[in-house]
Design a protein around this ligand. Sequence first.
Ligand code: PGA
Length: 252
Amino acid sequence: MKKLIIANWKMNPQGSQDARRLANKIWRGVQKFRNIEVALAPPFIHLPLIFNLKPPTSDIKLCAQDAFYEKSGAYTGEISTSQLKSYGVKLIIVGHSERRALGETDDIVNKKLKAVFAGGMRALLCVGEKEKIKDEAFPTVIRDEIHFGLKKIKKSLLKNLIIAYEPIWAIGAGKADAPKDIYEMTLMIRRELCRMLGRNIALRVPILYGGSVDERNVVALLKHGGVDGFLVGGASLNHKKFVKMVKEASSI
Ligand code: PGA
């Protein structure tokens, strides 16, 4: 499985020129690293211009930060999976903690996952605990986010599932979780998936890590964290840092 690194720009940059410049520089910088899959997740508004800049390739993809679960209709402010697909989006982030903090429930996350899979796209389900809990090896909140998120979704569709473990306390904190703790958490997530879905499916679900990943910690996190890639926020807004990160990751 190729490692996957997703640049989650969140609500940045503010202008179209800056978005174009950043995408261009990232694209040019990472295209030579063939053993790695890179995806850009800009805000919706910048997707068309990035799509037109350079149509996505099999190794450099466009990702959306969210999508609505209805197909079309009177839903002011929402974006459908088919609209995203028409701009080359292949992958959609669902249930990021910043959206859950705005009121997105497990039920909504579940509906969105179903919509993404129905559209034949890949979904990145984000899970993570608010605080580091010492006595609880596998936090109930993570188990619930996985169980409720995947409720009543046909197993055959889960070939398009990716999970991102993102401890909320490590997001934007400037300090990532310790590689050995990430390793243990990914093992527990994998074990839970095996129990729910069977080994065949569970072993194929990529598990990413997100939370203060940058060009300095990416090697240690890949070598000792047992993950298949990263969801990167802050460091993806600096093309030099991001390209360096991809380069470091491709050398492992
Ligand atoms: P960060 O964000 O890299 O800035 O910590 C990660 C994320 O929220 O996906």
